[in-house]
Design a protein around this ligand. Structure first.
Ligand code: ZN
Ligand code: ZN
Ligand code: FE
Length: 765
């Protein structure tokens, strides 16, 4: 099957023979399409078979001309448009060039060689950078990008640095953050009280030694603080978990070099490219097994077949890792769901009870930028947390837009703004539940407008009346467009896949406000431009305790079983009996009977939770999504069958609401749940039950697609971070003759909502 790949390459790629190189590469691989310069960078579009396109993507980076430096390479897989041959097109110069704020770029090879070269004047200097690499988004106050408008303005260049900066032939010509040990930022090592223990190279060595000895070191990096600890030291990892109150959620790892990651993980060519890319995200990699004696102890990622691994992205991290003798845990320096700490004095306060030592420096961080998280799914890159390396690059919408902002949702917050036909998306801001996140949210909204000198004429927000983001939007004094949560999910996925016209959007997540007073989350929306109808939804059930059910899969299980008459007060038998104290269970059943504090939901996320609880995998969770993740990891991939289900068109309305909220059909999971219970009773393994459950969900999507009969099916929402579900659904939809789409550069979770809010409202303006 032919596909189209669009790659936007930014960096030193204009005037270095890059376009002829792309031309030869495309001809060599037999691909049609074009390459052209545009205000956003060099745009390459190629069409051909997927394997050739994957080759093209890898070789664009690997075989590039010697003088070309890539600072960012974004790819999107799109539907084909007929291209006759491959051509070099004239530059697209429509309108004024958009001055782009680039993301922070990982240390280039030249700078890396310098810091490890004892003869170089930047030997061991942790803030080395050049025109091709270094901090950008995390140090910029406003545009145009020059030193006086960055947090480097406090440092005056020494004569040697100034000479480099002024010399057009130098790699550091106009490198705004240019610095050296004589004139630039310096490192300090502090104890937990903020007393200085060492400076410069000594601070670096002492911090590395402390990590080797099992201590927890808070390290001020590019976009914020990391907490670092030796990944091979079980007691040290346990201490970090206890102090951070992070019981089981996996920690990210930083490896000194690619070869070390190879020893612990299995990497494909695409995963290797991603790990080494200038974006340097945390990449989810399948590990080869963890043990207490290994270089990475199992408690780094308990009961998880993946490791979130990254390579150093700054000279400081390269130098530190070169001295720690092995990978380190590098987790965000924050308490759960807050943004990373960025200021060293604030860090002393917030991380005081966690870190033993603080490795800090005196270059201010203008805005926090977390590590991004990405993986390779179905051969394509999927970003699930969009921050360092990606933000604030735009997604092109393909149509001119009035100036508007979107405030996103509530969890995994991110905001967005239009400039012309581009949507600029902020970095990941965390859940809007702590004072710090709210400040970060307001800052991000303000700073996008300042950076691009945009005065928004319109604001888009979630329909949820109680979201802090929606309330903030209402107070901006601008015309307000409210977008239903799952409609925004679908619009987001459509926008990044360049889709117009009608699609069937499958939006599955944990929670979203429906507009009929119920909690949606298992939606099939027939979307066309600004409007949608609810073609179908999963059968609703009640959640005893409402929000508390998100942390207690046993509540979802009880609500689900109650909905089909499989539990009643006073009965203590059944698969769920061990998950509750009998009295506790009776109280919950009574609440369900009386419909007290048990909101109605169609949530697919809670369906995963319910099954995880019923098979005995997990009754209570310690972090969001844990039960669903463990259920996915349990899948026995040799099991190919599924359970029965029905699509019921005789829909009794379960809540009064607007006409678009009334589903045409309900996908009924009752036959599936009865079969799950029968499997549990007959002693089938969790792996087999989990596989059958996942397979059934994929069949539900295929059957609903057939019922709706729209050829294009868009998969979106947090549930499609699940690799098994997404891969199975895409495969089965293709087999059944549908064209599936999923996310690539924009997260399927609520981090993609802001883009969707703009895309959904843009038609109606
Ligand atoms: Zn460099
Ligand atoms: Zn200098
Ligand atoms: Fe959502």
């Amino acid at each position: 099957m032919r596909e189209r790949l669009r790659v936007t390459v930014r960096g030193a790629v204009q005037g270095v023979g890059f376009r002829p190189f792309v031309y030869r590469l495309a001809r060599d691989l037999g691909l049609d399409g074009f390459v052209m310069n545009s205000p956003l960078g060099v745009v390459v579009e190629v069409e051909g078979e997927a394997a050739q396109l994957e080759q093209c993507l890898l070789r664009l980076d690997r075989d590039r001309p010697p003088r070309a430096v890539i600072q960012s390479l974004e790819s999107s897989w799109l539907d084909t448009v007929p291209h006759a041959a491959f051509e070099i097109r004239d530059s697209a110069e429509q309108g004024p060039p958009t001055a782009l704020v680039l993301p922070d770029v990982a240390t280039c090879d030249d700078c890396r060689h310098e810091i490890f070269d004892p003869a170089n004047r930047r030997y061991r200097y942790p803030f080395t950078n050049c025109t091709n690499c270094g901090p950008r988004f995390s140090i910029i106050n406003s545009l145009p990008y020059d030193r006086a408008r960055t947090s480097m303005r406090a440092f005056t260049m020494c004569p040697a640095c100034q000479r480099e900066y002024d010399d057009p032939a130098d790699r550091r010509f106009h490198a705004q953050p240019n610095a050296c040990a004589a004139c630039g930022p310096r490192l300090l090592l502090w104890d937990a009280a903020g007393a200085e223990l060492a400076a410069r190279g000594d601070a670096l060595s002492a911090a590395a030694a402390a990590i080797r000895e099992g201590r927890i070191v808070a390290v001020k990096g590019l976009g914020g603080f990391h907490l670092m600890v030796d990944a091979s030291n079980g007691p040290a990892v346990a201490r970090l978990r206890a102090r951070k109150h992070r019981e089981e959620k996996p920690f990210a790892l930083m490896y000194a070099r690619l070869a070390d990651a190879y020893e612990d993980c299995r990497l494909s060519a695409a995963e290797t490219r991603l790990l080494e890319s200038p974006e340097r995200p945390i990449v989810l990699l399948r590990h080869r097994g963890l043990s207490e004696a290994g270089r990475v102890v199992a408690t780094v990622a308990p009961r998880n077949p993946y490791l979130g691994a990254m390579l150093p992205c700054t000279p400081l991290h390269h130098l530190l890792l070169a001295e720690t003798d092995g990978p380190v845990v590098a987790t965000s320096g924050n308490l759960s769901n807050e943004p990373m700490a960025t200021d060293e004095h604030d860090a002393l306060d917030r991380l005081g009870g966690i870190a033993d030592l603080f490795l800090v420096h005196d270059r201010p961080i203008v805005r926090h930028v977390d590590d991004s998280i990405a993986c390779v799914m179905l051969g394509r890159e999927l970003v699930t947390r969009r921050a360092r390396g990606y933000a604030p690059l735009p997604v092109p919408l393909g149509r001119e837009m009035p100036p508007m902002v979107a405030v996103g949702a509530h969890q995994k917050s991110a905001v967005a703004m239009t400039v012309g036909s581009n949507v600029f998306i902020s970095q990941h801001l965390g859940d809007l539940e702590s004072a710090q996140s709210v400040v970060a949210f307001e800052d991000a909204l303000r700073s996008l407008q300042t950076l691009y000198h945009v005065k928004p004429a319109l604001v888009a927000a979630d329909l949820h009346p109680d979201y802090l983001s929606s309330r903030h939007a209402a107070e901006l004094g601008l015309p307000l467009v409210l977008v239903q949560h799952h409609h925004a999910h679908v619009a987001s996925c459509m926008a990044e896949n360049g889709l117009e016209g009608s699609v069937l959007g499958v939006a599955w997540d944990g929670t979203g406000y429906g507009g009929d007073g119920t909690i949606w989350g298992g939606e099939f929306l027939l979307c066309d431009g600004p409007s949608f109808t609810r073609a179908a939804c999963l059968r609703p059930f009640r959640l005893p305790g409402g929000d508390r059910a998100a942390r207690e899969p046993r509540r979802a299980a009880l609500g689900l079983l109650h909905a089909v008459g499989l539990v009643a007060a006073g009965t203590a038998d059944g698969p769920m009996s061990r998950a509750f104290e009998p009295r506790e269970r009776d109280l919950m059943v009574q609440a369900l009977d009386r419909r007290l504090n048990s909101p109605i939901t169609t949530s697919a996320g809670r369906l995963f939770d319910a099954v995880a609880a019923i098979v005995g995998l997990r009754a209570l969770t310690t972090f969001e999504g844990q039960a669903a993740m463990e259920l996915e990891f349990a899948v026995d991939e040799t099991t190919d069958d599924g359970y029965p289900f029905t699509i019921d068109e005789r829909v009794a309305l379960f809540a009064p609401g607007p006409s678009w909220a009334a589903p045409r059909a309900v996908v009924d999971w009752e036959p599936m749940m009865r079969a799950v219970l029968a499997d549990v009773r007959s002693g089938a393994s969790v792996g087999v039950i989990s596989a059958r459950f996942h397979n059934t969900l994929a069949e539900m999507i295929v059957a609903t697609a057939a019922f709706v009969a729209d050829p294009r099916v868009v998969l979106t929402g947090g549930c499609f971070q699940n690799r098994y579900l997404t891969t199975r659904t895409v495969t089965r939809l293709r087999q059944a003759g549908f064209r599936p789409y999923w996310h690539q550069r924009v997260p399927p979770n609520d981090g993609g909502i802001a883009l969707g809010q703009i895309a959904a409202s843009s038609h109606s303006i």
